[in-house]
Design a protein around this ligand. Structure first.
Ligand code: PHE
Length: 340
């Protein structure tokens, strides 16, 4: 064992270190020279074979070589670390001037837009928004609204029944029945929501559609209050020049009952494709709450009176946005929906 072995180790180690160009190679070099089974370590171990007097000087040389290799390794690993870090930074660099990836935004459904607009109008008139279940009891959907089992009016609303007592609500009127049985007058509510009838799908019919029910019950409520409210509503919806027209009609839960037409918002009453040349558009049914309904819901008709109205949100949305086929509202075609 002599200095030439140490010299050769030194040359090979330093050469390998200078040739290396990543941290994992540095680690391998360290293990192969300085590790437990490394070259320099085994030389230290074999020192016991040297004559006693040579050991200290040789040991010193080995230690010096160890330090030389260690510092070469740590020097190189620092340099490599810097290079690797700047490469990573270059790779991760964000060019803030680059245009951002487009975030696809959703849009509001036209029925939701119309529903929100009408809610705003009625809230501004002092109404609250009330809610009710879509799976409804026959009791609220028909009985409390003065439509007993054998009433011919049931034919007007072909219903989806789960069993003789439970059905998908055919209109939003059961919400008014529910509200009257659980609240004392004064009552001023609108109830928007989905309703269901066994209708074939075509351009103007769908088995699911949307209504908004309105109900006011208080002392001294008169037909003129109903007309005034709906007139203000029509003007807020379609503009101040809009006129309303009441035609006598029949609903079991209102007496007297009326259907209400508004002057066509497209042609302002001159006659066009939307109003089929009549200048008027039929938008809602209404009337004074039938005293029988008040009594059944626990409100004394001698003390209180009220009016109710129901309108079709789908129809209002179609007119407002010039949609000629109701099916477009339900097909969820994003080419259609993204226009709103
Ligand atoms: N519920 C009725 C319908 O769906 C509409 C309506 C509501 C009429 C309130 C009068 C009063 O046909």
């Amino acid at each position: 064992m002599n200095d030439s072995i140490l010299q050769s180790i030194k040359e090979r180690a330093l050469h390998q270190v200078s040739e290396s160009n990543d941290s994992s190679t540095i680690e391998k070099i360290r293990v192969s020279f300085l590790g437990k089974k490394g070259e320099l370590t085994s030389i230290l171990r074999s020192m016991k074979d040297l004559p006693k007097e040579e050991r200290p000087a040789f040991g010193q040389k080995v230690n010096m070589l160890r330090e030389t290799i260690e510092s070469a390794l740590s020097e190189k690993s620092k340099t490599l670390h810097k290079i690797e870090q700047s490469a990573r930074l270059r790779f991760e660099k964000i060019d803030v001037t680059e245009p951002a990836a487009a975030v696809p935004f959703g849009s509001m459904h036209p029925i939701s837009l119309v529903q929100e607009e009408l809610e705003e109008i009625f809230i501004s008139l002092g109404f609250n928004v009330a809610d009710g279940p879509e799976i409804e009891l026959d009791h609220y959907n028909f009985e409390l609204l003065n439509i007993p089992k054998d009433h011919p009016a049931r034919d007007m609303q072909d219903s989806f029944y789960f069993n003789p007592n439970v059905l998908l609500r055919t209109h939003t009127s059961p919400v008014q029945a529910r509200h009257m049985t659980s609240h004392k007058p004064p009552i001023r509510i609108v109830c928007p929501g989905r309703v269901y009838r066994c209708d074939e799908v075509d351009a103007t019919h769908s088995p699911v559609f949307h209504q908004m029910e309105g109900l006011v019950v208080d002392k001294g409520i008169k037909m003129s209050d109903l007309k005034g409210t709906l007139d203000v509503f029509a003007k807020k919806l379609y503009g101040p020049e809009t006129k309303t027209r009441f035609r006598p009609s029949y609903f079991p839960f209102t007496e007297p009952s009326a259907e209400v037409d508004l002057t066509c918002s497209m042609c302002h009453g001159k006659g066009c494709r939307v109003c089929k040349g009549t200048g008027w558009i039929e938008v809602l049914g209404c009337g004074m709450v039938n005293p029988n309904v008040l009594t059944m819901c626990g409100i004394d008709p001698n003390e209180y009176s009220g009016f109710a109205f129901g309108l079709g949100l789908d129809r209002i949305a179609c007119i407002k946005y010039g949609v000629s086929d109701l099916r477009l509202l339900y097909e969820n075609d994003t080419r259609f929906l993204s226009q709103f």
